[in-house]
Ligand binder design. Structure first.
Ligand code: SF4
Length: 216
């Protein structure tokens, strides 16, 4: 991806000084699903690839349960460079990196975006709590990206620490094929409406009552 070269050529936040390798993301340019994690960890930083540790294996295993392989999806992180010590992304770092993530979404143009964990969710669904909205299908008019459909869920790394969340993560993944089928058959559910800055929830086959909360 030419974009990767462009990202690598910039020192857009201080993490460019401490990373070993840029980890821009990888997957199919034709992917219908885009997963978004938090930031590269140590192994990812060493190899320049996203989700290759234990959390990545869990993600791959979950994909297999719904008949998908890593090559079928696109996966990226909020941050493209590892924060030292795997600390949380700082707000300024996440803000500096957001234009790259937005451009990846625009290029891949996925039917469904799955934010993994609160940091990824905050980029596109600010102010929401992951525990409140995980597993829900949310449609939102994202500035610069138009209407996008999201299903936030837990980050696999968090599930490795909270094994009791595994059944929840598995149940969220089981929804993915049906969501994709629905969005393929009802493309207007991802792009038409005259609201701006609002979000609503979709249930498969049923458009639910619009919620008028304003997030911007
Ligand atoms: S984390 Fe993002 S904003 Fe910071 S240097 Fe890396 S690519 Fe640039």
């Amino acid at each position: 991806m030419a974009l990767n070269k462009e990202i690598a050529s910039k020192s857009c936040c201080s993490l460019s000084q401490t990373r070993t390798n840029l980890v821009p993301g990888e997957g199919s340019p034709e992917a219908r699903i885009m997963f978004i994690g938090e930031a590269p960890g140590q192994k990812e930083d060493q190899e320049g690839k996203p989700f290759i540790g234990a959390a990545g294996k869990l993600l791959s295993d979950l994909l297999l349960t719904i008949g998908l392989k890593r090559e079928d999806i696109f996966i990226a992180n909020v941050l493209k460079c590892r924060p030292p010590g795997n600390r949380d992304p700082l707000p300024a770092e996440a803000a500096a990196c957001l234009p790259w993530l937005s451009r990846q979404v625009a290029i891949i143009d996925p039917l469904l975006i799955i934010p993994l964990g609160r940091h990824a969710m905050e980029r596109f669904l600010p102010g929401m709590k992951i525990s409140a909205v995980r597993g829900k299908i949310l449609r939102r008019n994202v500035p610069g990206l138009g209407f996008r459909v999201f299903m936030p869920t837990y980050h696999p790394a968090a599930v490795l620490y909270h094994r009791e969340w595994l059944t929840v993560l598995e149940s969220d993944f089981k929804k993915i094929p049906q969501i994709l089928e629905y969005l393929t058959e009802n493309p207007s559910n991802g792009e038409t409406d005259n609201v701006s800055g609002n979000w609503d929830t979709l249930e498969l086959g049923v458009k639910k009552e619009r919620k008028q909360e304003q997030f911007f």
